[in-house]
Design a protein around this ligand. Structure first.
Ligand SMILES: Cc1cc2nc3c(=O)[nH]c(=O)nc-3n(C[C@H](O)[C@H](O)[C@H](O)COP(=O)(O)OP(=O)(O)OC[C@H]3O[C@@H](n4cnc5c(N)ncnc54)[C@H](O)[C@@H]3O)c2cc1C
Length: 490
């Protein structure tokens, strides 16, 4: 196909509701001429095509673009062609098309995956980002379930959050409400055979078990997830922002916090602690953001003020405050909505491990290790509470999550591949020494992790029995493929 070097997302739909004069043909004709439904989809390189008769002046492209496999492109590891799917039939047709033409398939939703699982050089992409309508149902009964299994309250059917559900998940509210794998009550998915299946506790249970935490992009193309929702409750947040005058002060404050944390996890608080470029001694910052769902302002102050007073004594210019929000939405508006207008995106590679409660038995040692890193450190406190109450075998999720107190992330910016590989391997060894065999969060892990057992624990063998034909980097079954996931090794 002469369009090989062009990222061309085609809006070719076979769902009747989507068809219009500009939204062309059915998938079966995809091998023929492709049409766009918006001028915005025209990539700059299109001026060079067809190569025998360029449609515009492509001198600039030829001077600045890269060549991959002898083909002009600036795209690197990006699929040159794909389908912007709007309905289940689109997904089924795209899966069939990929199989019929023996193409490498990638599924992409938001493209947030750190490990590049939603992209690949020369692949055909199924883009699910526009499959995102949300409906609610106050009397949702999963397929195949008796009426008595009707769920009270509102059910939400978002057709998104795929990588998040299948890869595991975490959030500040996880200790309060449990993991996403616990609140998912039904999924629908298009399998490699292009069959559209529904899975829940009553039908296709094995698939339902695996999808919940058993690894993204591995059990078909998800087309919907139904989540049980929760009552809206108020919440209070506490902030600390500090620059340390001395490493001894940093260690004192960090150790105090690490001693405090397990107790806060037990009452279902969540928190994010960030130390950018830890180890840069005198100028080290610390930002701490604690979220206490359904806790009154008075109560959070009683709990947190002794810690804040301690900080102010040690570092008088530290900023501390608590703020109350009546709803999650007001919290979201105040903290996140404004940020959307700012530029986003930067080069960062991460390594991370899950730390169990025992790691906090030695807070001084943990503080030393954290301060010893030269990279940015994030301690994402999303364990404890309901997370520790789940039955470890109720879903494909790594059982290590039940013991987790903190997801510790080491992050580094990079300019080229050469800078980081060895460094990240060293970082992984340090994380492993903190909690040997503790496990890692599949979605925010390092590409240099030792083996898949780190992501799936002793669920691995069963997940492999259930998995569909799909393969992603470091996912279930990927060890049988070469690193580019193009050739099966055994
Ligand atoms: C800035 C940032 C913040 C983050 N914050 C958090 C956080 O707070 N909590 C948390 O738990 N994680 C967080 N993550 C990690 C995030 O959960 C993962 O990156 C996740 O993989 C994103 O899923 P996605 O579907 O949005 O992304 P994508 O990159 O589009 O997809 C991720 C994976 O899912 C597969 N996939 C996508 N759609 C489908 C589908 N329909 N069917 C089957 N497979 C599919 C893709 O093939 C790929 O393997 C964050 C990531 C970033 C970059």
């Amino acid at each position: 196909m002469s369009m090989k070097a062009i990222l061309w997302i085609v809006s070719v739909h076979i769902c009747s509701a989507q068809q219009g004069p500009d939204v062309v043909v059915c998938m079966e004709t995809l091998a023929g001429p492709l049409k766009r439904n918006s001028p915005n989809y025209m990539p700059p390189e299109s001026a060079c095509y067809p190569e025998s008769n360029p449609s515009g002046n492509c001198t600039d492209i030829q001077v600045n673009a890269l060549m991959i496999d002898g083909v002009l492109t600036k795209q690197g590891s990006v699929p040159p062609v794909g389908v912007d799917t709007l309905c289940v039939k689109d997904v089924q047709a795209a899966v069939r098309f990929t199989a019929d033409h023996d193409l490498c398939l990638v599924v992409k939703n938001t493209g947030h995956n750190y490990l590049g699982r939603s992209t690949a050089k020369g692949a055909f992409m199924i883009w699910t980002h526009h499959l995102k309508d949300i409906t609610t149902n106050s009397a949702f009964v999963p397929n195949g379930a008796p009426e008595s299994k009707m769920h009270n309250g509102w059910d939400l059917r978002p057709q998104h959050a795929r990588g998040w559900l299948t890869g595991g998940r975490h959030g500040a509210f996880s200790p309060q409400h449990g993991p996403s794998v616990n609140i998912a009550i039904q999924i629908t998915t298009v399998m490699a055979s292009s069959k559209h299946l529904t899975a829940n506790s009553h039908v296709n249970f094995e698939l339902f078990w695996a999808v919940r935490g058993g690894g993204e992009g591995t059990y078909g193309v998800l087309t919907s997830v139904t989540y049980r929702t929760h009552k809206i409750t108020p919440l209070t947040v506490a902030f600390l922002i500090s620059k340390f005058s001395l490493p001894t002060v940093e260690k004192e404050i960090l150790t105090k916090y690490l001693k405090l944390w397990p107790g806060l996890a037990d009452v279902s608080w969540g928190s994010y602690l960030e130390i950018p470029n830890s180890g840069a001694s005198l100028s080290t910052d610390l930002t701490l953001f604690l979220v206490a769902p359904n806790v009154s302002w008075a109560n959070i102050n009683v709990t947190i003020n002794p810690f804040f007073n301690f900080i102010q004594n040690a570092q008088p210019d530290a900023f501390t405050t608590t703020v109350h929000f009546n709803t999650y939405y007001s919290f979201y508006q105040a903290l996140f909505a404004a940020a959307t207008s700012k530029p986003v995106g930067f080069n960062v590679e991460v390594a991370s491990h899950l730390l169990p409660r025992e790691t906090f038995d030695h807070p001084e040692h943990l503080a030393d290790v954290i301060m010893g890193f030269q990279e940015s450190i994030q301690l994402i406190h999303i364990g404890g509470g309901k997370i520790s109450e789940i039955d470890p075998d109720s879903a494909g999720l790594n059982p290590a999550w039940c013991k987790v107190i903190v997801h510790m992330v080491v992050g580094n910016g990079w300019l080229s591949d050469l800078c980081c590989r060895a460094k990240f391997r060293d970082d992984l060894a340090i994380l492993e020494s903190l909690a040997p065999g503790g496990g890692a969060y599949f979605n925010e892990a390092s590409l240099y992790e030792l083996n898949q057992q780190m992501f799936f624990g002793d669920h691995y063998d069963h997940l492999e029995e259930i998995k569909d034909l799909f393969i992603v980097a470091e996912g279930v079954g990927s060890e049988r493929w070469d690193t580019a996931l193009n050739c099966k090794l055994y």
